[in-house]
Design a protein around this ligand. Structure first.
Ligand code: RB5
Length: 151
């Protein structure tokens, strides 16, 4: 599996911890930054991660900012992206099984690193269930198509 990862300054430390976990899981990582705790703008990191996933260059994406909210809003603007903002292990499993989420967003100022790493592991290892959920994902894609190009 190949995972694109990005953070702003508010998520930098957690991003680095997640990279350590991914290395221990033999997951290939593309890190788009940021590279330190100097203030930056989260859309500049959400966009390349989401674009790599949407283009099929990476299998999944992980985004971290202070809350995870800005990253998730930005990533979900990219067609084909289903970014889930997750801060508990139940949701980490459910969003893979039900939503086939392809990007995970978390907030470093919301949860501690222990829980965050558990969430990442569960999210990466849980399979999409398909079945009845497929119809719902098709409806989400339909919304995207209907509004494509609308200003
Ligand atoms: C940066 O201060 C903060 O706004 C950002 O990390 C994130 O929480 C935005 O949603």
């Amino acid at each position: 599996m190949k995972v694109a990862i990005g953070s702003d300054h508010g998520g930098y430390k957690l991003k680095e911890e997640i990279k350590g976990l991914l290395a221990s899981m033999n997951v290939e990582v593309v890190d788009v930054g940021c590279t330190c705790e100097d203030s930056v703008d989260y859309p500049d990191y959400a966009q390349p991660v989401a674009e790599m996933v949407a283009a099929g260059e990476c299998d999944r994406g992980i985004l971290v900012c202070g809350t995870g909210i800005g990253m998730s809003i930005a990533a979900n603007k990219i067609p084909g992206i289903r970014c889930a903002l997750v801060h508990d292990t139940f949701s980490a499993r459910a969003t893979r099984e039900h939503n086939n989420s392809n990007v995970l967003a978390m907030g470093e100022r919301v949860i501690g690193p222990g829980l965050a790493l558990d969430i990442v592991k569960i999210w990466l290892e849980t399979e999409y269930q398909g079945g009845r959920h497929e119809r719902r994902l098709e409806k989400i894609a339909g919304i995207e198509t209907k509004h494509a190009g609308v200003k």
